[in-house]
Design a protein around this ligand. Structure first.
Ligand code: FES
Length: 190
């Protein structure tokens, strides 16, 4: 993998495979490369991934690969958390939490999509629920849409800072994968 084509903001965007950090380009550039490698036995075999969050400063995001899927992890600012919390779930296009750790009918509050005591962290499967594109919003300077979360350029779906669909054709919120905090700045996904 080369880093020659990395965008100027590369220091703000890290992709992690397992515990190994590697600076690479934007997810939209990376994903076709990852897909070329599928199916990859070593990737499929990673049923769980440990991620060190300590390098991810407030406002930054990283993408890790888990079971062949990009997982978005963002260290949200207080403003981003407040924006996510202060939403009436009844107004959302998809009112369900979509959190694998919770019952299927739990509502899409921000609390139901984060871990108590670690509410600044949002962890999402980074695949648009419309037709599977990789939304923008991980790299600094990416378009994030009017709700400050993620924007899918394929057909214009807009997700908020909790990864909930707010506008556009995507029918569902971004999924929250199963994960636990093994330490204050360490998570195990899967
Ligand atoms: S795939 Fe994201 S809006 Fe269509």
């Amino acid at each position: 993998m080369t880093t020659d084509a990395v965008e100027p903001n590369r220091r703000d965007f890290l992709v992690v495979a397992g515990n190994a950090f590697a600076a690479v380009g934007a997810a939209s550039l990376l994903w076709p490369f990852i897909q070329q490698m599928n199916p990859d036995a070593s990737t499929k075999a990673l049923s769980s991934v440990d991620v060190d969050l300590s390098p991810v400063k407030e406002g930054q995001a990283i993408t890790v690969l888990w079971r062949g899927k990009p997982i978005f992890i963002r260290n949200r600012t207080k403003t981003e958390v407040e924006a996510a919390v202060n939403v009436d779930v009844k107004t959302l296009p998809d009112s369900l939490a979509r959190n694998e750790a919770l019952p299927a009918d739990d509502p899409a509050t921000d609390a139901n999509r984060t871990v108590k005591g670690h509410e600044n962290w949002i962890v999402l499967v980074g695949i648009c629920t419309h037709l599977g594109c990789i939304p923008k919003g991980q790299a600094m300077g990416d378009e994030r849409g009017e709700y400050g979360g993620w924007f899918c350029p394929c057909h214009g779906s807009v997700y908020d800072t909790s990864g909930r669909i707010r506008k556009g054709p995507a029918p569902r919120n971004l999924d929250v994968p199963p994960y636990t905090f093994s330490a204050d700045t360490k998570i195990k996904i899967g």
